[in-house]
Design a protein around this ligand. Structure first.
Ligand code: PEP
Ligand code: MG
Length: 588
C-alpha cells in the first residue's frame, strides 16, 4: 500500500495567517523551466508551427479567463486588465521573428521562441521609456505561459480549480493573491516571504490560513498530496495521521468557543480597565473588505492602502474612479472615519507601474512619497480624488515613507494646489482635511518633534520601521530571524515618536502588523499609542486585549522593556504579561 508515501511528515515554516486547513495541494507552477534543445528537420516545421499556434491560442484563452476572474474578484474595470498581456499574444514582431528563427535554425519551437522572447525583452528593457519597460513584465509573463503550454506543463491554474485546495508556490504576488477563490482556497504556503510581505498581509485580511518561508516545499510536494496546514504554528503536515487530525479537531473546537466570546464584545468600546479609550480601527486594501470591517466592530479604517486600486491596471485609475472608491469607503465607514494613505508603489508593490522596475534596491529606491513627488500628476490625481471624497465623510489622508520635512511640505504644497484646482472647477471638496504623517523611517522617528509641528497625527508603519531600522528586508526569509519588532532600537524610536506627538498635542497610532499582535498590545499601550489600526480579523482579539489591560500598568511594563537589551527577552516578557491578562486568546 505504498507506506512510505502515506507516512506523516512535518515541515516547519512561519505561520503568518492563523487557522487550520486540510485539503489537497496544488503546486503553483512558477519555476523557470529548463528549455530543451532539439534539432528538427525541415519536414517538422509545419508541425512545430502548429504547436506554436495552439500554445498561443491556449494562452490567449487563459488570459481571458484570468481577466474575467480578476474583474469579478476585485471589481476592477475589466476593459483595462490584462489588455497589454493579450496584445503580446498577437505581437507580430515576436511571432514573425520566432517563425523566421524556426526556419533558419531548425531547432524545436520552444527553444527558438524562448530565445526570441528573451532578446525582445532585453531590447525593450534597454530603451529608456517607462511604458516600454513596463511592457517587459507583460512579455515575460506571457512568454512563460506560452512556454508552459508548449512544454505540456500547463498545470491547472489555481483560480480555475473547482475543488477545495491549498496553494503551494515559490511566492505569490499581490495579483496572484487577488485571484484566489476564497470559497475554495483553504490555505496557502510559500517558499519565500515573511510576516509582513504583502501576500501574508492579504492572507490575513482574506482570512485564509497561510505559511511562508518554507524553502524547497514546491519540489517536496506534488499536486494532489493531502496536507494539513496549521497557520498558527507554521506547521505543514503531509499525510496527517488519524491522531493528528483528532488533535487538530480539538484545537478547532477551542477556537470556536473563543470566537463566541469575542462576538459578544463586538459592539463595545475598546477602553482599558482604567478608562483610556484607544481607537481600534482596521486596515484595508480594497473596498470589498468593507463588510468584514463592519462585522468586526472596528472604529473605522486607520489605513486604506490605496495602491491595490492600481493592481493589474495598465493605466492608473482616473480621478473619478478613485473618487468613487474613496467616497464609497467614506460613506460605508460613517459615523467613523477612514485614513486614506497616498500611493505606496515601489518596494515589493507594483513596481512595474512606477517606471522604475529593476532598481537594485527597490525598498531603498523611488518608493511611495518619493515616487509621488517625482510624478506630480499621478500624485495630484489621487489627492484631488481624496479631497473630493472627504466632502462626503470623515476622511483623513496620510503620506507614506516621509523621511524629511521637505517631503511633507512639498506634498502639502501639491495638496494646496489641488484644492485651488478643484475650487476653479467648482467641484465640492473638503477644505480642511486632516493630514497625517507615517512614521516608517528611523529618520522620521528621529525628527518626530519637527514633523509633529506640521502634521495633525502620526501613524507608525512598523513593518517598514523595523525593516529600515534593522536593515532587514521584510520579505527575505533568510534573514527573517533578524526582523525583530521588539529590538531596543525599535522601542526607542516608538517611544521617541510617541513623546514628540504628545508634546505637540497630536495623536499617534500604529498601523503596522505589530498592532495586530495581541502579545504586543501591552507594550504599544504602555508606550502611549492612542490608536491601533489592525488587520480586520484581529479587531475582536485586540479589543479583548485592550479591555483586559490597565494603561498605567502597561506604562510600567513598557519602561521595564525599554531598560532591557535582548529582543527575545523583551518579546517573552510582553507575551508572559499578555498571557496573564487574556490567556484564552493564546490557547490554541
Ligand atoms: C508599514 O510599513 O507598517 C505599513 C503599514 O505600510 P505597508 O505595510 O503597506 O508598507
Ligand atoms: Mg510601509
Amino acid at each position: 500500500m505504498g507506506e512510505p508515501l502515506d507516512q506523516e511528515s512535518i515541515s516547519q515554516g512561519l505561520g503568518v495567517s492563523p487557522g487550520i486547513a486540510e485539503a489537497e495541494v496544488v503546486v503553483h507552477w512558477q519555476n523557470e523551466e529548463e528549455i530543451p534543445l532539439r534539432d528538427i528537420k525541415e519536414a517538422d516545421i509545419p508541425g512545430e508551427i502548429e504547436r506554436f499556434e495552439a500554445a498561443l491560442i491556449a494562452t490567449r484563452q487563459e488570459l481571458l479567463d484570468i481577466q474575467q476572474k480578476i474583474a469579478g474578484a476585485i471589481g476592477a474595470d475589466d476593459a483595462s486588465i490584462f489588455d497589454a498581456h493579450l496584445l503580446v499574444v498577437e505581437d507580430r514582431t515576436l511571432i514573425d521573428e520566432t517563425l523566421r528563427g524556426l526556419e533558419r535554425e531548425l531547432h524545436n519551437i520552444e527553444f527558438v521562441f524562448h530565445q526570441v522572447a528573451e532578446k525582445y525583452c532585453r531590447t525593450l528593457g534597454a530603451i529608456d521609456d517607462p511604458y516600454l519597460q513596463e511592457r517587459v513584465v507583460d512579455v515575460e509573463d506571457v512568454t512563460k505561459r506560452v512556454l508552459r503550454h508548449l512544454l505540456g506543463k500547463s498545470r491547472e491554474e489555481f483560480h480555475r480549480l473547482d475543488r477545495p485546495h491549498i496553494i503551494v508556490a515559490r511566492n505569490l504576488t499581490p495579483s496572484d493573491t487577488a485571484l484566489i477563490n476564497r470559497a475554495l482556497v483553504r490555505g496557502f504556503v510559500t517558499e519565500q516571504g515573511s510576516r509582513t510581505s504583502h501576500s501574508a498581509i492579504m492572507a490575513r485580511s482574506l482570512g485564509i490560513p497561510a505559511i511562508v518561508a518554507l524553502p524547497g516545499i514546491c519540489a517536496k510536494l506534488t499536486t494532489g498530496d493531502q496536507v494539513l496546514l496549521d497557520g498558527y504554528s507554521g506547521k505543514l503536515i503531509l499525510n496527517p495521521s488519524e491522531s493528528t487530525r483528532l488533535q487538530y479537531g480539538q484545537i478547532e473546537r477551542q477556537k470556536v468557543e473563543v470566537a463566541h466570546q469575542l462576538d459578544s464584545i463586538r459592539d463595545t468600546r475598546s477602553t482599558t480597565r482604567d478608562g483610556k479609550h484607544i481607537v481600534l480601527s482596521a486596515n484595508i486594501e480594497l473596498p470589498s473588505e468593507l463588510d468584514a470591517v463592519a462585522a468586526s466592530g472596528a472604529e473605522g479604517i486607520g489605513l486604506f492602502r490605496t495602491e491595490f486600486l492600481f493592481l493589474n491596471k495598465t493605466e492608473p485609475p482616473s480621478e473619478d474612479e478613485q473618487y468613487e472608491a474613496y467616497k464609497l469607503v467614506a460613506e460605508r465607514c460613517s459615523p467613523h472615519g477612514v485614513i486614506v494613505r497616498t500611493l505606496d508603489i515601489g518596494g515589493d508593490k507594483l513596481s512595474h507601474l512606477s517606471g522604475h522596475d529593476g532598481e537594485d534596491n527597490p525598498f531603498l529606491g523611488c518608493r511611495a512619497i518619493r515616487l509621488c513627488l517625482a510624478q506630480p500628476e499621478l500624485f495630484k490625481t489621487q489627492l484631488r480624488a481624496i479631497l473630493r471624497a472627504a466632502h462626503h465623510g470623515q476622511v483623513r489622508l496620510m503620506y507614506p515613507m516621509i523621511g524629511q520635512i521637505d517631503e511633507l511640505r512639498r506634498a502639502n504644497a501639491h495638496l494646496e494646489e489641488c484644492k485651488k484646482e478643484l475650487a476653479d472647477r467648482g467641484v465640492p471638496y473638503c477644505h480642511d482635511i486632516e493630514v497625517g504623517t507615517m512614521i516608517e523611517l528611523p529618520a522620521a522617528a528621529l525628527i518626530a518633534d519637527q514633523l509633529a509641528k506640521e502634521t495633525k497625527f502620526f501613524s507608525v508603519g512598523t513593518n517598514d520601521l523595523v525593516q529600515y531600522t534593522m536593515a532587514v528586508d521584510r520579505g527575505n526569509e533568510r534573514i527573517a530571524h533578524l526582523y525583530q519588532p521588539t529590538h531596543p532600537a525599535v522601542l526607542r524610536l516608538l517611544a521617541m515618536a510617541a513623546s514628540a506627538a504628545h508634546q505637540h498635542g497630536i495623536w499617534i497610532g500604529v498601523c503596522g502588523e505589530m498592532a495586530s499582535e495581541i502579545h504586543l498590545t501591552p507594550l504599544l499601550l504602555g508606550l502611549g499609542m492612542d490608536e491601533l489600526s489592525v488587520v480586520t480579523r484581529a479587531v475582536p482579539r485586540v479589543k479583548k486585549a485592550l479591555q483586559s489591560l490597565d494603561a498605567k500598568e502597561c506604562g510600567g511594563v513598557a519602561s521595564e522593556c525599554s531598560a532591557m537589551t535582548d529582543p527575545a527577552a523583551i518579546e517573552q516578557k510582553c507575551r508572559d504579561y499578555a498571557r496573564q491578562h487574556y490567556p484564552e486568546l493564546f490557547d490554541v
